[in-house]
Write a protein that binds this ligand. Structure first.
Ligand SMILES: O=P(O)(O)OC[C@H]1O[C@](O)(CO)[C@@H](O)[C@@H]1O
Length: 472
């Protein structure tokens, strides 16, 4: 559909602002006072953009140029395979999952093939739990399955282990064709996956060098998985590009959506809101909250600023789902510690409408529901929660998606990526590395017997000697 772009995402930040019900909210002056800092951030981001450090934005046109290659490949293999399995973790899994859930039938895999447009079922294996791995492989016919190994670094132990398990199974079960069952998405020049893919003749797609895992959804990492399931990746990129232009071509906190969102996050963080709740009111966006959590946590949770001073910044992302979590977490948001800022994500018009039947025989207390729709109920619950939070003087805002379509999802992804980049500038940190996860990786190598990590192994074993444990 080419008219998806006529509907634009908007940000409603009323719930962040001071008003009669919430005197603890922000003022327009608070936001305006941040203007100088935001201007500096924009200048710095422009410089980084030129230098190729923000390729998640800069390479969007190049990604658009790859659409036909990706779609051709996807159309080709979609006819041959009944199952498509992503092997990956973190940024190499969460984006494909989020976009798939947002833009396909909620029970996609359960649909009969013709209702899926004869496209493969879709699975994302983003963990190494032996039950799950075993049970998935047990269920799938290897002859009819295509595995997409995704790893930016080409070194991640979890993904490499999954790959070895799958490759071994394919070699045994389809010895003549096993290489046709694996497609690899990785860096152009680095990592251990690349030489294996080259040697064994796996089809390859490239993750551009300047794009880190959590910013990689709109590269072949996510585009291939989406195209396999017939998602309109052209519109996805079109939406992303439209948000990209909006962010890069406008100035000022009241005009630029990424500056506004980052400013609100920064000011609320300064007021002690150490937790950022992402709460979509659409089941299709449930895993978008997982994707956002990695983006926000890995990018902004840092020990040091750019000058090497210890600052220990970050805002803990929390995933919630409306209305489900109204009946689980909202009690805490309204009455618990005032340490959260909540982002609702709503959809103006759902793909389907569901009427609630009327029945005059029903007791009056539920009769009022009859004749309304589930969308109306969902929206009423979201607005009522918003108001309850305002009365409790809690900060909240809302990203409104006009539709749950590829264009809007492209816009949302880029907005969240850009606001993270801005937040990194406001914190004066490197938002593109993740040194905090290295220690755990090195320890795993050591415990699993990787050469060169013997010293670390000894250290861990020494540490593990003293345990505090309760046993019956
Ligand atoms: O795509 P890769 O290189 O396998 O990395 C997977 C994930 O591991 C991390 O490097 C660390 O958790 C993430 O940043 C990344 O998304």
């Amino acid at each position: 559909m080419n008219n998806q772009g006529q509907f634009k995402l908007n940000i409603d930040f009323t719930g962040m602002m001071r008003n009669q019900q919430n005197p603890k909210g922000l003022s327009k002056e608070d936001l305006a006072d941040l203007q100088n800092l935001l201007q500096q951030a924009q200048t710095s981001l422009n410089t980084r953009w030129q230098a190729g450090e923000l390729d998640f934005s800069k390479l969007l046109p190049a990604m658009k140029d790859q659409v036909s290659e990706i779609v051709d490949y996807a159309d080709n293999v979609a006819g041959r395979f009944e199952n498509f399995v992503v092997l990956g973790i973190g940024g190499s899994a969460l984006g494909p999952l989020a976009v798939h859930q947002a833009l396909t039938h909620y029970y996609y895999n359960e649909l009969p093939s013709e209702k899926r447009g004869n496209r493969p079922r879709f699975y994302v294996l983003d963990n190494i739990d032996p039950h799950r791995v075993h049970e998935l492989l047990e269920m799938l016919d290897p002859d009819k399955t295509l595995f997409n190994v995704i790893s930016k670094s080409g070194n991640t132990s979890e993904t490499m282990a999954q790959f070895l398990v799958v490759r071994d199974m394919l070699r045994r079960r389809c010895p003549d064709t096993y290489a046709e069952h694996i497609v690899v998405t990785t860096d152009k020049a680095k990592g251990n996956l690349l030489p294996i893919a080259e040697k064994e003749g796996f089809r390859r797609f490239v993750i551009p060098q300047g794009i880190g895992g959590r910013f990689s959804e709109l590269t072949p990492v996510g585009l291939l998985a989406a195209a396999i399931c017939s998602i309109d990746i052209e519109q996805l990129l079109e939406g992303a590009l439209s948000m990209d232009r909006w962010v890069r071509e406008t100035q000022g906190v009241f005009s630029n959506p990424a500056q506004l969102r980052a400013a609100l996050a920064y000011l609320s963080w300064q007021k002690g809101k150490n937790i950022s709740v992402f709460m979509p009111y659409a089941d299709g966006l449930k895993t978008m909250a997982d994707w956002y959590a990695q983006l926000w946590a890995e990018s902004l949770g840092k020990s040091y600023d750019r000058q090497g001073r210890v600052i220990n910044v970050g805002q803990t992302p929390v995933k919630a789902l409306g209305v489900t979590d109204q009946h689980s977490q909202v009690q805490l948001y309204v009455e618990g510690p005032d340490d959260k800022v909540i982002t609702f994500v709503t959809v103006e018009k759902f793909r389907e409408s569901q009427a609630i039947p009327s029945d005059p025989e029903l007791p009056a207390d539920i009769q009022f529901l009859g004749g309304r729709t589930l969308e109306e109920l969902l929206s009423a619950e979201q607005k009522a929660t918003e108001y309850a939070l305002t009365l409790a003087q809690r900060l909240h805002q809302k990203i409104v998606l006009p539709r749950l379509n590829a264009h809007a999802i492209g816009q949302l992804l880029l907005l969240l990526e850009w606001e993270t980049a801005y937040m990194g500038e406001l914190f004066n940190i490197n938002a593109y590395d993740q040194p905090g996860v290295e220690e755990g990786k090195n320890g795993t190598y050591a415990l699993m017997g990787r050469k060169g990590y013997e010293g670390r192994k000894q250290e861990i074993e020494e540490y593990a000697k003293i345990r505090y444990r309760l046993e019956e």
